[in-house]
Ligand binder design. Structure first.
Ligand SMILES: Cc1cc2nc3c(=O)[nH]c(=O)nc-3n(C[C@H](O)[C@H](O)[C@H](O)COP(=O)(O)O)c2cc1C
Length: 304
């Protein structure tokens, strides 16, 4: 009932572990896969080892999480062992999505070339990271720059599908999505965290050590859901809906808006990896109660 095909990849169900929640640690990713995620995504891998920001780097508030992790990464050259161990995912038939970032177009290419040689089922581009070549704003705020990154990365990825991950902070995430499709992206993820901050009134200071960060979890759902809804009317490639999914109904909302895959991040942080099983059981229950035999019957139905 929930079996899903995404970029010609078979998923047992439409959920995927979002990037950054379980790091690049093979053991943790395999555990999440065994506990019911349809696919798992590694934390974004960058060009060089990077420590990330000081704590507090991730905090929980009443409507989700706020994080300024600062893209900590071992650097692609130090991920050999993790990729080796992650081959176990093939045995349990859970696709691996690698995620990469760079702060320049060349860095994106360098990391993409290495990661493609490890043959994950797909490669996601975290183009929501700051772009140091073009003034420090996020790559994914600009359709033209996003187009450049996607088309150059596509050249080194061979047949491995490339997913462009948008930011809700763009003036028009849909225009960026269209540009990525034109550049050859095989899928789009809508979307990453929304920039935000919180202040501790008693300390009279921002709560995050880095002061500002990215907001995720339930407060993000209406924002990213609208992006998925609008993208579905403009692009032909499949969409990963992500942002604030904590249960089956949240995931169904994204599917009804047009998503093929539903990413879950903050809810794993809060409730543990059991959230995948719970979400898929709730999706199945709803479909049965409403006389549907396949999830695809409700994909995009909110547009009718
Ligand atoms: C602690 C933390 C770290 C994250 N790291 C990454 C990352 O490395 N790369 C990336 O593309 N997204 C990263 N994200 C964004 C998530 O993958 C996801 O897109 C976002 O949190 C929205 O989904 P959610 O509301 O289910 O968490 C991170 C999110 C959190 C909370």
């Amino acid at each position: 009932m929930l079996k899903t095909t995404f970029c010609k990849i078979s998923l047992n169900n439409p959920t995927r572990l979002a990037s950054g929640i379980m790091g690049v640690n093979a053991g943790q990713l395999i555990r999440v896969a065994k506990e019911g995620a349809g696919a798992v995504t590694m934390k974004s891998i960058g060009p060089k080892e990077r420590k990330g920001h000081n704590n507090p780097a991730v905090i929980e508030w009443e409507h989700g999480l706020l994080n300024a992790a600062g893209l900590p990464t071992p650097g692609y050259k130090n991920t050999e062992e993790e990729f080796e161990e992650l081959k176990e995912l093939k045995k349990i038939k859970v696709p691996l999505i690698a995620s990469i970032y760079g702060s320049t177009a060349n860095e994106f290419l360098e990391v993409a070339e290495y990661v493609a040689s490890k043959k994950p089922e797909a490669i996601e581009l975290d183009i929501s990271c700051p772009n140091t070549e073009w003034g420090g704003t996020q790559f994914a705020c600009d359709p033209e720059i996003s187009h450049k990154i996607v088309s150059s990365v596509k050249n080194v990825c061979g047949k491995i599908p490339v997913i462009a991950k948008l930011t809700p902070a763009a003036t028009s995430p849909v225009a960026v999505g269209i540009a990525c499709e034109e550049a050859g992206a095989d899928a789009i993820c809508a979307a990453n965290t929304m920039p935000g901050m919180l202040i501790d009134v008693d300390a009279k200071k921002p709560i995050l050590a880095f002061r500002k960060g990215g907001m995720s979890g339930p407060a993000l759902k209406p924002i990213n859901l609208k992006i998925v809804y609008e993208l579905y009317e403009k692009v032909k490639i499949p969409i990963i809906g992500e942002g604030g999914i904590t249960n089956g109904k949240d995931a169904l909302e994204y599917v009804m808006a047009g998503a093929t895959v539903c990413g879950i991040g903050s809810a794993v942080y809060k409730y543990g990896s059991g959230v995948f099983k719970k979400t898929t059981l709730e999706m199945e229950k709803w479909l049965k109660e409403n006389d549907y035999s396949k999830l695809s019957q409700v994909r995009g139905i909110a547009h009718e």
